[in-house]
Ligand binder design. Structure first.
Ligand code: ZN
Ligand code: ZN
Length: 101
């Protein structure tokens, strides 16, 4: 599926770059995440094309690790615990930053 399947208000804020869909809409200053009407843009694109994200799960950029990418096939819906493990929780000082992807 392509980005063109998205609702126009989301599609118009995305620039397709290779496999990645880069958000060119609003970026939250505090953490650099893509947002649309106060929601994470990558959650909106995921729910638009792949269906609801189960309660309690977070989206992790497993494929490309680009925070501004909103391609729903580049993120995985996983538990917060798995998310910490994906980022090597308990490891080095980069964990705090890494948790944001
Ligand atoms: Zn991507
Ligand atoms: Zn992550």
């Amino acid at each position: 599926m392509t980005a063109d399947a998205l609702p126009p208000e989301l599609r118009s804020r995305i620039e397709v770059s290779g496999e990645c869909w880069i958000w060119i809409g609003e970026i939250r200053k505090s953490d650099g995440r893509p947002i649309f009407k106060k929601a994470y843009a990558y959650r909106l694109t995921y729910e638009s094309l792949r269906g609801p994200i189960p309660d309690g799960l977070v989206l992790h950029h497993r494929t490309c690790k680009r925070k501004r990418c909103v391609n729903p096939w580049h993120t995985a819906a996983i538990t917060q615990g798995d998310h910490m493990r994906e980022h090597g929780f308990g490891g080095d000082a980069n964990v705090g930053q890494a948790l944001k992807t």
